[in-house]
Design a protein around this ligand. Structure first.
Ligand SMILES: Cc1cc2nc3c(=O)[nH]c(=O)nc-3n(C[C@H](O)[C@H](O)[C@H](O)COP(=O)(O)O)c2cc1C
Length: 204
């Protein structure tokens, strides 16, 4: 379980959400297929437009034949720490869906739906003692090719998942950055009314 006791949230906010953060130090622990599947099962319960469930997850566990390939698509910066994770996941979604009348149409929400599923995956990880770190820093073209994705699928993100490890095992430049980040105050993110009623609207 990742913990972030210094983060301040309203007492009504579920602790699981606040405790989830994205460490880079992993312990290189093994993860079983059953444990990986328990994370994806949580993702399955995300809502999606017309229940289209566009998300797909492709993964490689550390030490398996596909691991090095999955790792190689990450940018070198991400490789430098994600190499100690237990599993690397590529988050993909189908860009088309069946309309209520049964036609194949472009889904305007496939990325939104897929993000919701990825979030459930990460919260399940936090709740069960794993840490997850999302990465957009990967070579999209290499991932599409390497994953052998057919037309009509988009890769959104990679996620490194593992047991949180010792900060000292990180490359030196990353050690000082290994702490939970803060958030903008609620007042600048949400308000009653239209855009001009909010803080940016008033300033503009
Ligand atoms: C879509 C997405 C892409 C990200 N890409 C990277 C990345 O390539 N490398 C990295 O080290 N962190 C990456 N992050 C992690 C963010 O920097 C991190 O989630 C953010 O600073 C908030 O911190 P927290 O997750 O610890 O609360 C990414 C996060 C998201 C959601």
């Amino acid at each position: 379980m990742t913990l972030a006791p210094e983060r301040k949230a309203l007492p009504t906010t579920q602790k699981l959400f606040v405790d989830r953060w994205s460490p880079r130090a992993f312990s290189s622990a093994e993860i079983s297929v059953e444990e990986v599947e328990s994370l994806f099962d949580a993702a399955r319960w995300a809502p999606s437009a017309y229940n289209s469930q566009p998300w797909r997850f492709m993964y490689a566990r550390r030490g398996t034949a596909v691991w090095e390939k999955f790792l190689s698509w990450l940018v070198p910066f991400n490789q430098s720490w994600a190499s100690q994770a237990s599993v690397l996941v590529y988050v993909v979604s189908e860009t088309h869906m069946l309309s209520p009348s049964g036609e194949k149409v472009i889904s305007s929400t496939h990325a939104y739906d897929c993000g919701a599923a990825a979030m459930l995956l990460q919260l399940q990880a936090t709740a069960t003692g794993w840490a997850a770190h999302s990465m957009s820093g990967f070579d999209n073209e290499a991932a599409v090719k390497g994953l052998a994705l057919p037309e009509g699928y988009a890769v959104h993100c990679a996620i490194a998942i593992g047991r949180q490890g010792n900060v000292q095992n990180l490359p030196e430049g990353l050690q000082a950055r290994e702490k939970p980040s803060d958030r903008s105050p609620l007042s600048v993110l949400a308000w009653e009314g239209v855009f001009s009623d909010g803080p940016s609207g008033a300033a503009g």
